[in-house]
Design a protein around this ligand. Sequence first.
Ligand code: PEP
Length: 248
Amino acid sequence: MRKNIVAGNWKMNKNLQEGVAFAKDLETALAGKTLKCEVVIGTPFVHLASVASATKLAVAAQNCADKASGAYTGEVSAAMVASTGAKYVILGHSERRTYYGETDAILKEKVLLALANGLSPIFCIGETKDEREKNAHFDVVKRQTVEALFNLSSEDFSKIVIAYEPVWAIGTGLTATSEQAQEMHAFIRQTIADKFGKEVADNTSILYGGSANGGNAKELFACPDIDGGLIGGASLDVEKFIPVIEGF
Ligand code: PEP
């Protein structure tokens, strides 16, 4: 059965001490609550090991290298990420695609390395405003999925979590309507079913990301093909993150 997941993405925010304190505070605040989803914290690289040992909550890196090891100054490999205790790695975030030139071909390599090191990729896909206005959003999302993920075996694909994040909704306050999000999630699930079969598609967690918060999470998460969220801004404060987690 597919899992409900609410994953925070801190991006380049919080120093190490703030990150560790946040993780402990979140864990304390969640203790005793009956959670209907897995909670994941996506931290900068330098926080990973400390946060992973300070909390039982699942931890995600926000990136990993497209090379296994060697002379790549400044890069952090999937094996290094896995050695910290992180369970997930966010790959293909639109900020990585836009600001750091990550292509489908690069992301394909990152996905393979993440899986080879026992990490589950939270793989981000989504169209820009311009692409939606040109009615190209389904084609873009399909291309991003096919190019980076459809070389995988069914067994490996079943370790992938998809995050549909319309670029025009990230950090803008312009959340996709639940109808727009559900329509795209159903399309993504059908695209997966066409390649890997209905069972694999039904078991794939597909998260929504883009200005999700405590005010809209419940409506989004009630949609049949939305299995949780990738949360940026609203994951930076415990008081704002908990209502999203409680959207389930
Ligand atoms: C994100 O960065 O993945 C994201 C969805 O950000 P925000 O929630 O701030 O739109």
